[in-house]
Write a protein that binds this ligand. Structure first.
Ligand SMILES: Cc1cn([C@H]2C[C@H](O)[C@@H](COP(=O)(O)OP(=O)(O)OP(=O)(O)O)O2)c(=O)[nH]c1=O
Length: 192
């Protein structure tokens, strides 16, 4: 039986995989997460997910590795995690009162095969006051999150509606991921 490894330092991804009652451990990758704005969002997230999973696979070739990457796309621009308050403010101003798309790419790698896929969720933001943005940035929540918000936290107060998988926005499209893992099922241990 092969061990399952989540190649992610994201506490949200860990929590979601625990919710699926899978037995897994964590090994984080240290790959360069830069991307080219000329690539499409689905290409970017699948490539980055594969890059993260491959990096961990090199150290654990006898395991099954899951890597993931989440970005926000608005008006043809791709938003990753903000580097500072200024960038967080710019991103939240861009998202205010508009629809954007959240893409998460997932890659699953074993020595037998590699599978990658992505999910897209449309998120509609309410118009934001400058004071909403300032106090949200003050909460510290935006800094480790694509598009500078977390739908699972205070960022929920900005969301009017979504179309698509909620868990995809949080960083891992759970049902799809577990379904795709079934193709590796003979290899994976489940919790008692
Ligand atoms: C839009 C959105 C993103 N996010 C998070 C999910 C991801 O953790 C993060 C995007 O950054 P990622 O680079 O996808 O992931 P990460 O750096 O947190 O972890 P790792 O690379 O080790 O796997 O944004 C939320 O938690 N809530 C949200 O509503």
């Amino acid at each position: 039986m092969k061990k399952l490894i989540l190649a992610s330092g994201s506490p949200r991804r860990k929590q979601l995989l625990e919710q699926a009652q899978l037995e897994f451990s964590i090994s984080t990758s240290s790959v360069d997460e830069s991307f080219n704005q000329t690539e499409t969002p689905d290409q970017v997230v699948e490539q980055l997910a594969k890059r993260k999973a491959r990096d961990v696979f090199l150290r654990h070739e006898d395991c099954i590795i899951i890597g993931a990457d989440t970005i926000v796309s608005i008006n043809g621009e791709i938003l990753g995690k903000p580097n500072n308050e200024e960038e967080a403010k710019e991103m939240l101003c861009l998202l205010s009162g508009k629809n954007h798309e959240v893409y998460t790419g997932v890659a699953i790698i074993s020595d037998e095969k590699t599978v990658s896929f992505h999910e897209r969720t449309i998120v509609s933001f309410l118009p934001l006051e400058e004071s909403d943005i300032e106090s949200y940035i003050g909460s510290g929540e935006p800094f480790d999150k694509a598009g500078s918000y977390g739908i699972q936290g205070l960022g929920a107060l900005f969301v009017n509606k979504i179309d698509g998988c909620y868990f995809n926005v949080v960083g891992l499209p759970l049902a799809r991921t577990v379904r795709e893992l079934k193709n590796f099922q003979h290899l994976i241990r489940h919790r008692e």
